[in-house]
Design a protein around this ligand. Sequence first.
Ligand SMILES: NC(=O)c1ccc[n+]([C@@H]2O[C@H](COP(=O)([O-])OP(=O)(O)OC[C@H]3O[C@@H](n4cnc5c(N)ncnc54)[C@H](O)[C@@H]3O)[C@@H](O)[C@H]2O)c1
Length: 320
Amino acid sequence: MKLLVTGGAGFIGSNFIHYWLKKHPADEIVNLDLLTYAGNLANLADIADQKNYRFVKGDIASYEVVDELVRQADCIVNFAAESHVDRSIGNSLVFVKTNIEGTANLLEAARRHSVRFHQVSTDEVYGDLGPNDPKFNELSPYRPSSPYSASKAAADHLVRAYYRTYNLPVTISNCSNNYGPYQYPEKIIPLFITNLIEDRKVPLYGQGSNIRDWIHVDDHNAGLEAILLYGRLGETYCLGGDHEISNLELAKEIISLLGKDESYIEFVADRPGHDWRYSIDFHKAKEELGWEPHIDFISGLESTVRWYQEHEAWWRSLKN
Ligand SMILES: NC(=O)c1ccc[n+]([C@@H]2O[C@H](COP(=O)([O-])OP(=O)(O)OC[C@H]3O[C@@H](n4cnc5c(N)ncnc54)[C@H](O)[C@@H]3O)[C@@H](O)[C@H]2O)c1
């Protein structure tokens, strides 16, 4: 199979390319990435010269770039996105351009060339939950809170419209918060780990009471693999890590793994519109695809901490 992976120089995309080529060495991957601040070819240096891997620098919103690459592909896996909620609060326009227009451009090319399309989406499209609300599932209404999640929601709607209107072979996954190697150090887990390695405090929004469901990036990628191989066309699959914790508990875990104490926590003004809780019911993926997360959170977090300790040159070049 020939995969066109977009955003493959980012956190999840680069982990996905490694994962896929290891499991499917006969497949070919073209990685289309604009190399924004979040894209980093160092993530893929070890496979850069592999015969079945090719990198193309370009914008998913560009007709010229996308048309030819899609024509040569069997399947598109769309990771490319502006992905940081805080940045979307500062300037939403680039989120609209990449996440909505870029996805629309890929869908149009997929339609012209009859190519399978998978949209890598987020549980944030569903908004947030109260303490006693049932978990999100595939039938939960869309209620995005931030410009980031609104742009991802709009893209999901476009993907579904292309299935309904043109019968384009599509699937969507809505996944919870990922952690693991190669995550840009603006996101909470790598930010906290690298701050502590630098003997700096960790900034915690509000009281740290917001709850997230954490999934290791390799479990996410196994879920994407199951959907690409066995998912029913036109369907959405929710993927979650089955590990809900508050940001305060998360900070304490990371602090203890780094051998520090709680004086390193600095409470800061809350993020505007901050979602309170995410939680994912992944029964559909489990029943239909036989997928469930396997990586225990504490051992996954330990190995992630170790990765950042052993790859200081990687993250120091990205932090100011
Ligand atoms: N990180 C998470 O916890 C999480 C959870 C669920 C879903 N997702 C989704 O997974 C995808 C990947 O997330 P991530 O955390 O790896 O993001 P990331 O910010 O680390 O990577 C995004 C990549 O997309 C590239 N890119 C940005 N704009 C582009 C454009 N116009 N054309 C081509 N490439 C472009 C960047 O250069 C970067 O390499 C996103 O679609 C995100 O919404 C992320």
